[in-house]
Design a protein around this ligand. Structure first.
Ligand code: EPS
Length: 403
């Protein structure tokens, strides 16, 4: 079973990732991971912090001559901004702070964090709850992504809406109706989304969104949005209905919901399907040359907690960033009086980045269930197991049911 841990505070020295459980002989390079880190940093509406950071990974262990060893893989991503925070984030000094943070920002982890951990400075809540940590997750997800690419699995995303501004074209319904993604492993829409400063697929929509972000900035406000993540080239049989915690859709929902500020996750056309007759929702089973398929993909590629072989389609909602320069109401903990909330440098929107982080988390979950199904200590062994199953499973069913 693969697992990863991250460590690091937003303005501490660095972020650390430790990954365990991948087979040996997966090709991986610093450049490959850095490309994903760069995608995560992009997007109109980020804070000036993104001008300071240019995330790049140092591989400390688990890789030799560009291939995984099967041993724990560890990465470090430096926080360049640490140079400006050294004294405030020192691990040993015990300085008397004049600038302790005493006013919790509504919507953030500030208040719940200090109560839970008994802190006397809100800075201690802010640092680890910051979405800066997601850079370390993208590093982990990049190893999963590279591994899956070796089996023809691709993962991509696009932003569906920001601040309630959608495209006039419903690309998601085309995905669900199976009218896109004819080629198994190319996600052209994701490549196109990368060309947009807010990762949308429609230029008119992009213009409207940028104007809305500008007006949010002017008014000291922030915006959230929705995004779609898709994985193609998935074999049948990832996940299981045997136990609640082995269901692929449940695990995806957990992993996507774990991303900072994500408040909703949907697989396929989850919420709209609740309004329809069953005849409009369930996907007819069809027969290909050597496999089964479906006429449409309302289930988002998962039935009974198991992958169907069709693209996995996930939609998620990110709430607006909680730090507003237009103050909300809070309580100053040093006086216990009602005050206006404080402002700290922040993003105005981070939906484009969130979609890239969600790609990494989806890659991670799929790699996890892929290895649970196919196992293997080396990439070659996993490949043998995978090839044997995908070649033989359909034939076994044909033979087993033949009268
Ligand atoms: C974040 C606040 C901002 C973001 C940060 C997440 O950082 P700062 O407080 O230093 O301006 O830019 O995101 C990142 C640094 C990043 O790399 O994504 C927050 O409060 O979650």
């Amino acid at each position: 079973m693969i697992r990863f841990l991250t460590a690091g505070e937003s303005h501490g020295k660095a972020l650390v990732t430790i990954i365990e459980g991948f087979p040996s002989n997966i090709s991986i390079s610093k450049q490959y991971i850095n490309r994903q880190l760069k995608r995560r940093q992009a997007g109109y509406g980020r804070s000036t912090r993104m001008k300071i950071e240019s995330d790049s990974v140092q591989i400390l262990s688990g890789v030799r001559f560009g291939k995984t060893l099967g041993s724990p893989i560890s990465f470090v991503i430096e926080n360049k901004d640490w140079a400006n925070w050294q004294e405030l984030m020192d691990t040993e000094l015990s300085i008397k702070l004049n600038n302790k943070i005493t006013i919790p920002r509504p919507g953030h982890a500030d208040l719940v964090g200090i109560i839970k951990y008994n802190f006397n400075d809100i800075r201690n809540s802010i640092e680890r709850s910051s979405a800066r940590e997601t850079a370390a997750r993208v590093a982990a997800g990049s190893v999963a992504r590279k591994f899956l690419e070796g089996f023809g699995i691709s993962i991509g995303s696009y932003v569906e809406s920001i601040g309630g501004i959608y495209s006039s074209e419903n690309f998601l319904s085309r995905l669900i109706e199976n009218k896109e993604l004819k080629k198994k492993s190319r996600l052209d829409f994701s490549i196109n989304a990368d060309k947009s400063s807010v990762r949308v697929l429609d230029q008119m929509q992009e213009k409207k969104i940028i104007n809305k972000i500008k007006s949010a900035k002017k008014n000291g406000d922030t915006l959230g949005g929705t995004f779609i993540v898709v994985a193609t080239g998935i074999p049948v049989g990832l996940g299981s209905f045997m136990h609640y915690d082995r269901k692929l859709d449940a695990d995806i929902a957990f992993n996507i919901m774990s991303i900072n500020a994500v408040k909703g996750v949907e697989i396929g056309d989850g919420f709209t399907s609740a309004e329809q007759f069953g005849s409009k929702v369930h996907d007819d089973i069809t027969l290909g040359k050597n496999d089964f398929s479906r006429s449409s993909n309302h289930t988002g590629g998962i039935e009974g907690g198991i992958s169907t072989g069709l693209p996995i389609i996930v939609r998620a909602a990110m709430k607006p960033i909680s730090t507003l320069s237009k103050p909300l109401t809070s309580i100053d903990l040093s006086s216990m009086k009602k005050v206006q909330s404080r402002y700290e440098r922040s993003d105005f929107t981070a939906v484009p980045a969130c979609a890239v982080i969600a790609e990494s988390m989806l890659a991670w979950v799929i790699a996890k269930h892929f290895l649970l199904k196919f196992g293997g200590d080396s990439f070659e062994e996993t490949k043998d197991n995978f090839t044997s199953f995908t070649k033989k499973s359909f034939k076994r069913i044909q033979k087993g049911f033949r009268k």
